[in-house]
Write a protein that binds this ligand. Structure first.
Ligand code: AMP
Length: 396
């Protein structure tokens, strides 16, 4: 019998949900409750390509939204009857979770303890788990962690060169995020190469509004660009990525910024948005750059330059490279970003097939490299499917 999993991704003001068939990854129903706890809370979902738009009462919270979602899902009886488990995306698993976990009180307590390191995400994830357990008390609930894939990194890669006691006493280290996406595309690339993942050396670049890159040696993550929080590394939509660590102190001591203003600046006002002074949306920036806007062009140049540097660094550490993979909204869709990145890496054995690159569009996956090149793929990520498969695996 088909086994369906309800996959939930609870953010601070939204709940993304999907019913996924675990074997094939198909999603007959998926939706979003957004603007929770505001006057414009609403629920939209699509079932068999038909869109539904439900206005929620003012200030609907996570608990109330999940009750409405569960009620709506029950209306599609033949589908909801087949849900055998609920899978929860949890952003931070700290060092406790090296893989997904069946949720019990102990697991919830550990997620709670990790909240200090992910104050915007883990409490929302936990609230979602509690609400969903109330709505689906008889189903097993499984937590799938964004950080788990990176728990294989060696100590010399995950530690910062800070006093060691900060790691021992306060868990300060690199954790990495987007692990579910990196794992999925690494697995797909291995399949396309007709090799076991454990035999592949890969570099996977997840380029969306948030961006990260991972070095995967023999199927295991050995390094990644996001760090203690999802702020380090590549240039992102609104996040700065790597900067001189002294800059926050300078902003506070010399320019009079408050601590929260610095945090807002680095997380929400930087990246593509900060440089272009236009938008965090790569489509808009590409369009404006094409129309001659120089700051839009500069934002793209910086985005690509940082990416090229990371790919070069990871080629150095990953061992003989089997493939480079692009994924995420930008990685899957932007022929421009892929072309201008790879054109700076030809001396390292990477070369695109320009036609294949141009033709690769949203939702598609495939090889985009020249026959003389090491393989380069664009792969549509599917984190929900990984969550669904892990949920079935750990639900027993
Ligand atoms: P994600 O966070 O993975 O949903 O990705 C969001 C990012 O993908 C945004 O910056 C979008 O502008 C970008 N994106 C989506 N479609 C395209 C496209 N056709 N060309 C360039 N960027 C795109």
């Amino acid at each position: 019998m088909d086994q369906y999993v309800l996959v939930l991704n609870c953010g601070s003001s939204s709940i993304k949900f999907a019913i996924i068939e675990a074997k094939t990854g198909t999603a007959p129903l998926h939706g979003l409750a957004e603007n929770l706890c505001t006057a414009s809370s609403r629920l939209v979902f699509s079932y068999q390509h038909k869109e539904h738009d439900v206005k929620l009462p003012v200030n609907t919270d996570h608990q109330q939204a999940l009750v409405v979602i569960a009620k709506k899902l029950k209306q599609f009886k033949h589908l909801s009857q087949k849900i055998v488990a609920v899978g929860h995306r949890v952003v931070h698993g700290g060092e406790t979770f090296t893989h997904s976990s069946l949720i019990n009180d102990q697991v919830k307590q550990a997620i709670q303890q990790t909240s200090l390191m992910a104050p915007l995400h883990n409490p929302a994830n936990l609230a979602g788990i509690n609400s969903a357990q109330t709505s689906y008390p008889h189903l097993p609930h499984v937590a799938v962690f964004d950080t788990a894939f990176f728990q294989t990194m060696p100590k010399h890669a995950y530690l910062y060169a800070l006093p060691y006691e900060l790691y021992q006493q306060h868990n300060i280290r690199r954790y990495g995020f987007h692990g579910t996406s990196h794992y999925f595309v690494a697995h797909e690339a291995a399949n396309a190469l007709k090799k076991e993942l454990s035999a592949c050396n890969l570099i996977t670049a997840h380029l969306g509004n948030g961006c990260s890159i991972a070095a995967v040696r023999k199927g295991k993550a050995i390094d990644t660009s996001l760090g203690f929080t999802p702020l380090e590394g590549l240039v992102m939509g609104t996040r700065c990525g790597d900067i001189d660590p002294s800059l926050p102190t300078y902003l506070i001591e010399q320019l009079g910024y408050s601590v929260s203003e610095v945090s807002e600046l680095l997380n929400k006002k930087s990246g593509l948005l900060g440089i272009s002074e236009l938008s965090n949306d790569c489509r808009i920036i590409e369009q404006q750059a094409n129309d001659g806007n120089q700051q839009a062009q500069l934002a793209l140049d910086m985005f690509i330059y940082r990416l090229v540097k990371y790919i070069g660094a990871y080629i150095a550490v990953v061992g003989p490279l089997d493939a480079l993979v692009f994924t995420g909204g930008i990685g899957e869709n932007s022929a421009y970003v892929r072309e201008n990145t790879i054109n700076q890496l030809t001396h390292l054995g990477l070369q695109l097939d320009p036609d294949k690159n141009l033709q690769m569009r949203f939702g598609q996956s495939g090889l985009i490299s020249h026959t003389h090149s090491k393989p380069i793929f664009a792969i549509a990520t599917n984190e929900e499917w990984v969550i669904a498969k892990d949920t079935i695996k750990y639900a027993q």
